[in-house]
Design a protein around this ligand. Structure first.
Ligand SMILES: NC(=O)c1ccc[n+]([C@@H]2O[C@H](COP(=O)([O-])OP(=O)(O)OC[C@H]3O[C@@H](n4cnc5c(N)ncnc54)[C@H](OP(=O)(O)O)[C@@H]3O)[C@@H](O)[C@H]2O)c1
Length: 426
């Protein structure tokens, strides 16, 4: 006679936040019916509105809708999913959930990038999970890929496209539109926020890069230590010059261990057309991790959106169900100073009021800083008063090139600040 199979333990899930991601988490959870999970609470301000909006869906009537986090805290929910975003009250609610014996899954990149150095060790001390696979690149399992899939390698470089909004805007400029037109189109289609600063100036990608560097490179770099450069100065003709070099332009986030230092930066860069990064469409994300033994591994897919992000969240929830007691943590991240002083090939784009002797003056400044010119590209058809051209350089340190650019920007014929673009070797 075979023994009766014991009923699997049901893990109760409470949802903090019922916006784009939260409502998708609830829907996917209830649609896909994972046997071991039950959604017991939804907590949101003005919750009646949310409950009414969800009424026509598949959500069970047993769910307790509440505006009161204390009710969630006092409940027997095992796992709290935080998808309200921001630091307050998310940080407090995550801390108190952990202290109250619950594991936490969050999609909140700001929270992990800014407070991960405190919250992750706190979860370990308390013997609870704090998982954040959805915080970077939405539905792409890059965090678990780095933490588990590539755990056997010694990763030294992570780079990729982490912001779909910038990818969309740059692809649009590539078709001949201006930055302002491309941003307006991204806003019209709902890809860009009313205030696009975090996306276009690189801060959103920097928060994600800080998390990837923590997980993959064991670096405790803070996101505000990562140098960010905006995509705002990129113009359609920059893509024409990029094409001459067999490249396109993308917002690239990269972090690299170099001896005891971490180099990390987010900036527009020249990407060879042969690179998988150049093929990325619209709002997709791609991360390439490079290891000492395994070489390059590429993760790609939908970096945002309610359903892909909900999948990442539920995957974390199911990982907790499979392994309710977290493993003893490995060594904590090593603290390293971050800078963006990458040595690479660069292209500098100048816009000048054309006159004789320009090249000589620019070349002599570069030479004084020990920087060698590789080639000069000038396409016909531009006004002489606002003439763009590009100079490609032999490999040099970013800091050296910036010092030279500061001098070049003071030349009387330079009409707009020079733009520097690293040339990726991928
Ligand atoms: N959307 C994506 O594609 C995506 C992808 C990856 C990660 N994420 C992350 O997922 C999180 C949620 O994003 P989302 O797009 O779902 O945002 P959202 O649509 O704005 O949803 C946030 C929800 O939390 C509620 N909320 C905010 N502050 C609250 C408070 N103090 N008390 C109670 N409820 C509060 C909001 O209520 P109201 O309706 O009243 O504002 C809203 O229902 C963020 O951390 C985001 O970075 C999002």
């Amino acid at each position: 006679m075979s023994a009766a199979t014991p009923n699997p333990r049901i893990h109760k899930v409470a949802l903090l936040g019922f916006g784009s991601v939260g409502s998708s988490v609830a829907r996917v959870l209830c649609d896909s019916h994972p046997a071991a999970l039950e959604l017991t609470h939804v907590c949101n301000r003005n919750v009646a509105r949310k409950q009414a909006a969800a009424a026509s869906g598949c959500l069970p009537s047993s769910i307790r809708w509440t505006e009161d986090f204390e009710e969630v805290l006092a409940s027997d929910a095992d796992i709290v999913v935080e998808v309200i975003g921001g630091l307050a009250p998310a940080e407090d609610w995550v801390r108190r959930s952990l202290a109250g014996g619950k594991s936490v899954v969050t999609a909140n990149k700001q929270l992990i990038a800014r407070r991960g150095d405190v919250l992750i060790p706190l979860a370990h001390e308390l013997g609870r999970h704090l998982l954040f696979g959805a915080a970077v690149a939405g539905g792409i399992p890059v965090i678990s890929g780095l933490q588990q899939g590539l755990a056997g390698d010694e990763l030294f470089k992570i780079h990729g496209i982490l912001n779909g909004t910038c990818n969309f805007i740059l692809s649009h400029i590539e078709q001949g539109a201006s930055f302002a037109e491309s941003l307006a189109e991204a806003q019209r289609l709902g890809y860009a926020e009313h205030d696009p600063t975090d996306d276009v100036d690189g801060y959103d990608a920097a928060a994600k890069l800080a998390i990837l560097a923590r997980v993959g490179l064991r670096s405790a770099v803070k996101f505000d230590e990562i140098a960010c450069r905006s995509i705002r100065p990129i113009q359609a003709f920059d893509f024409e010059y990029a094409r001459e070099m067999g490249c396109t332009i993308r917002q690239i986030s990269r972090a690299e261990r170099l001896g005891d230092a971490l180099l990390a930066g987010v900036q527009p860069a020249l990407v060879p057309l042969s690179s998988p990064l150049a093929q990325l469409e619209g709002g997709q994300n791609m991360v390439m991790a490079t290891g000492r033994y395994g070489g390059d591994t590429v993760f790609a897919g939908h970096g945002a959106g309610g359903n892909p992000t909900a999948v990442a969240i539920l995957s974390d929830v199911l990982a907790i169900v499979a392994n309710p007691v977290p493993a003893v943590p490995g060594a904590p991240p090593v603290l390293r100073p971050a800078n963006a002083n990458f040595t690479s090939r660069y292209a500098i784009r100048l816009i000048v009021d054309d006159q004789p002797g320009i090249i000589v003056e620019v070349a002599s400044i570069l030479a004084r800083h020990g920087i060698s010119i590789d080639a000069i590209l000038q396409k016909p058809g531009f006004s002489k008063a606002e003439l763009p051209f590009m100079i490609t350089l032999e490999p040099c340190a970013h800091s050296l090139m910036e010092t030279a650019l500061a001098e070049i920007n003071k030349l009387s014929f330079v009409t707009q600040p020079a733009l520097s673009l690293p040339l990726l070797e991928v």
